[in-house]
Design a protein around this ligand. Structure first.
Ligand code: NDP
Length: 435
């Protein structure tokens, strides 16, 4: 805390892990006296740099860029890039720290990292976004590589941005390699990567429900966000016969009493991905829906909640509302969307709760599969990638049960994910000595 006290999100993420991992370390001799957690919370490298770029009017802007290379004990650094005005070292360090555990859980050889910038893509022209991405890569290219550090997308970084970033990397380095994931299909991207985080979150929730003999069919689902993760979580939930009632963005949420079906979801995808519009515009076309300005969807009665927008978007009071309204399962599509108070409420009520590092790991897992396909210079079919994704999500679920099941039979997935993720990285660090 003395060293990182000014970084609240990072402290929050570390505290959550420490609460479950420290008692485990205390019980397991091989980790005693090795200061392993202390070593894990210090990034191997934190790079911060200036990005100067010119807008359409010829004005010069300066943003701050980052790459946090957190841990490379089990593989090259791997984790997304976030472009959002809120981006700072604390937020990226929390994300990079979580990423280490998440990547470990996927069973694939990937270390953890995260990066991004306080650049806001909202309201910028395609040309401005391109110039920014090119300027960003002009510096980032020195620090990454297919065997060193492989960034991907996150909030504000989708297919368009990955294209611009990849183009500049290729030009500077004069090489076509799998240095970024989330690439377009015709230039090295993997099938199912766009869907993977949302689909994986639903697959994970399915495994949780199965432990109680339940499934998605006929269930009411509340989803926050309307970006990449939210869209594909909704798509998979609809395919499994559930009724999706809400989507949201930073201005509020829409509630569609008839449910968001495939046709309505296609409208949302076009609205958000091509037109870059606001979710409130949904109600102009679909009269069965209402828009709730400045609110989050947790006040809507549901069976399953999937927070897929951003960190700390679901607080203690929201959790109480969900539980009171009969919610039986919460699976995080976003990173750290539930506050510690909310997680406490879910655990006290003993409902199914999956932390993002387990339930949203399908995205990075499929990025790992994209890296494998790039190295082998082959491309797997949709079915092949989807089936590997399903297997990985099911393996992560098994790991959580193995380390998280408590005496009364309730599974604490937070504890399970933290310990399972920790063990693999810690063992690799011990084997590699004090470095
Ligand atoms: P997108 O940029 O595609 O979408 C983000 C969504 O969240 C938008 O609807 C956005 O609304 C909303 N949002 C962002 N910031 C806020 C905020 N401060 N308050 C309320 N709503 C907000 O990002 P993704 O869908 O890719 O990412 C969503 C979450 O999932 C993030 O936590 C990310 O780290 C996590 N994640 C993503 C993965 C991926 O593969 N993409 C992998 C694993 C985790 P608005 O348009 O108004 O900003």
């Amino acid at each position: 805390k003395t060293r990182n006290g000014h970084e609240p999100e990072f402290i929050q993420a570390v505290q959550e892990v420490a609460e479950t991992v420290i008692p485990y370390i205390a019980k397991h001799k091989i980790y005693n006296g090795k200061n392993i957690l202390l070593r894990m919370v210090e990034p191997e490298r934190l790079i911060s740099f200036r990005i100067a770029w010119v807008d359409d009017k010829g004005e010069i802007h300066v943003n701050r860029g980052y790459r946090i290379q957190m841990n490379s004990a089990i593989g090259p650094y791997k984790g997304g890039l976030r472009f959002h005005p809120s981006v700072n070292a604390s937020i990226l360090k929390f994300l990079a720290f979580e990423q280490v555990f998440k990547n470990s859980l996927t069973t694939l050889p990937m270390g953890g990292g995260k990066g991004g910038s306080d650049f806001d893509p909202k309201g910028k022209s395609d040309d401005e976004v391109m110039r920014f991405c090119h300027a960003f890569m002009l510096e980032l290219n020195r620090h990454i590589g297919p065997n060193t550090d492989v960034p991907a997308g996150d909030i504000g970084v989708g297919a368009r941005e990955i294209g611009f970033l990849f183009g500049m990397y290729k030009k500077i380095r004069n090489e076509f390699t799998g240095v970024l994931t989330g690439k377009g299909r015709s230039w090295g991207g993997s099938l199912i990567r766009p869907e993977a985080t949302g689909y994986g979150t639903v697959y994970f929730a399915q495994s949780m429900l199965q432990t109680q003999g339940k499934d998605f069919k006929g269930k009411n689902i509340v989803i926050s966000g309307s970006g990449n993760v939210a869209q594909y979580a909704a798509e998979k939930a609809i395919q499994l016969g559930a009724k999706v009632l809400t989507l949201s963005d930073s201005q509020g949420y829409i509630f569609d009493k008839d449910g968001i079906d495939e046709e309505k979801l296609a409208f949302v995808m076009d609205l958000k991905n091509s037109k870059r519009g606001r979710i409130s515009e949904y109600t102009d076309t679909y009269k069965s829906a209402t828009f709730h300005s400045g609110k989050t969807p947790w006040e809507v009665k549901c069976d399953i909640a999937l927070p897929c927008a951003t960190q700390n978007e679901l607080g203690g009071d929201d959790a109480k509302k969900l539980i009171k309204n009969g919610c039986i399962c919460v699976a995080e599509g976003a990173n750290m969307p539930s506050t510690p108070e909310a997680i406490h409420e879910f655990h006290v009520a003993k409902i199914l709760f999956a932390p993002g590092k387990a339930s949203n790991a399908g995205g990075v897992a499929t990025s790992g599969l994209e890296m494998s396909q790039n190295s082998l210079r082959i491309s797997w079919s949709r079915e092949e990638v989807d089936s590997r994704l399903k297997d990985i999500m099911s393996d992560i679920h098994d790991s959580c049960i193995a380390y998280g099941k408590e005496e009364d039979g309730y599974c604490n997935y937070v504890k399970g994910a933290n310990i399972a993720g920790f063990v693999k990285v810690a063992d690799a660090m011990l084997a590699q000595g004090v470095i």
